[in-house]
Design a protein around this ligand. Structure first.
Ligand SMILES: [Zn+2]
Length: 408
């Protein structure tokens, strides 16, 4: 479960509001107080993670819950007024609309609407000054299942006792049928053709064909449910790819590419993971070029949430990162028995498409279209079958280790 209560203040607020609703009998009449002023509200982020910040002139007590159809988050505040003078913030990331208004006497409601499922990953109120209190709310893309579970959980909470939730650590969410979800991401698409080979081959075609072959192979295995981020030649933004991985609670996310690089002689497959610091020049250059893919579709890189204060999210990320590394090494090992790899085939850099904090993710350069030999191989059905076999075998080894009682 994904929501994390960050402060006892929030819990207390929630409890107080719940008690005011139902549990405490008649509510004591209160003296009229000056409405709480919302001095600023803003949203930033992308389709995988969005932060909303509200500033108040004094500490708010609040109560929040989910609503479905469409996916919404409701935050009830005591009598509050907008002191910003402006309109609602523009939709950002997961939030497609923000509404704010009086709901009943002494109660104001903020409603955040999303086009896709999400969960509250962090909700925190902190005091910056006597007249400056910040409500900071992090929403993360999730599956429908996780959204429904969060909705049910919130509805059933009658006190603060259940507040300490674990998170989606090691999200390897097993479905009800015992199968694991694998998301395959064919790089590029639509107006973004990706690299073009010396012989004219488009990267976006190679990645889609290869993804389809890999999906078919994994489906045949019977233990995986495979989703492709795109099934045809359409443009897909990087954060949307990340969101799809989280939506399907992927146990693994594999982004497929066949880029061009400046070195015509360099050839062979490479497995990349995410890291803050690039492992080497080649990885840094590739990540830069991949991260620019959105601009082909006219998307300006969204403003990222400025800080990730929640240490739990960092922990998830660290664990996910180490899972990604284990898979990358397994994958390089399996591929090396079947196809040519570059020297030091496991590398890392800041690939945006790999940034889901809870989904082990790798980016595979199947080969480099800047090399004529690789370009020919990438189209060769025999070579493809070997590469598909290597990846499928690595997926199986990684997700069904012998300790799980099932051999890959
Ligand atoms: Zn690419």
């Amino acid at each position: 479960m994904a929501f994390i209560f960050a402060t006892s203040a929030v819990r207390a607020g929630f409890c107080a509001a719940m008690m005011a609703f139902a549990l405490c009998g008649p509510v004591r009449a209160e003296e009229p107080v000056k409405p709480l002023a919302v001095t600023e509200w803003r949203a930033a982020g992308d389709k995988s993670k969005t932060r909303i910040v509200l500033e108040f002139d004094r500490a708010p007590t609040l109560h929040w819950f989910y609503l479905d159809n469409p996916h919404r988050l409701v935050i009830d505040l005591p009598d509050a007024r907008l002191a910003t003078g402006g309109d609602a913030p523009a939709p950002a990331g997961l939030v497609s609309a923000m509404r704010f208004g009086a709901m009943a006497a002494n109660r104001t409601r903020l409603i955040l609407t999303s086009d896709s499922p999400f969960v509250v990953e962090n909700l925190d109120v902190r005091s910056e000054a006597e007249n400056r209190h910040l409500l900071s709310l992090d929403l993360g893309a999730s599956s429908e299942r996780a959204f429904s579970a969060a909705l049910d959980d919130r509805a059933s909470i009658t006190g603060s006792t259940r507040a300490e939730k674990s998170d989606r650590l090691g999200a390897r969410a097993e479905r009800a049928d015992g199968r694991l979800s694998v998301v395959i991401d064919p790089g590029h698409g639509g107006i973004d053709a990706g690299a073009t080979g010396v012989g004219g081959t488009a990267e976006k075609v190679i990645t889609l064909e290869f993804a389809e072959a890999l999906a078919k192979r994994l489906e045949t295995d019977g233990r995986f449910v495979v989703h492709l981020t795109r099934k045809d030649d359409t443009f897909l933004a990087l954060d949307e790819r990340v969101r799809i991985g989280r939506q399907h609670e992927a146990a693994l996310f594999i982004s497929l590419h066949a880029d061009s690089i400046g070195l015509k002689d360099l050839r062979g497959a490479t497995v990349y993971t995410i890291s803050e610091q690039a492992s080497d020049e080649l990885a840094a250059t590739l990540a830069d070029s991949e991260n620019r893919a959105d601009s082909a579709g006219g998307i300006i890189a969204p403003e990222a949430p400025t800080e990730v204060a929640d240490i739990l999210v960092d922990l998830v990320r660290r664990e996910t990162q180490s899972f990604s590394m284990v898979f990358a090494r397994t994958l390089a090992g399996e591929l090396s028995e079947r196809i040519q790899l570059i020297k030091n085939p496991v590398r890392s850099a800041g690939f945006r498409v790999l940034k889901a904090p809870d989904v082990p993710s790798v980016l595979v350069e199947l080969g480099y279209l800047s090399n004529q030999g690789d370009e020919m191989q990438l189209k060769d059905p025999v070579w493809r079958a070997k590469a598909v076999d290597g990846i499928a075998r690595a997926v199986s080894l990684f997700l069904f280790k012998p300790k799980d009682g099932v051999r890959g």
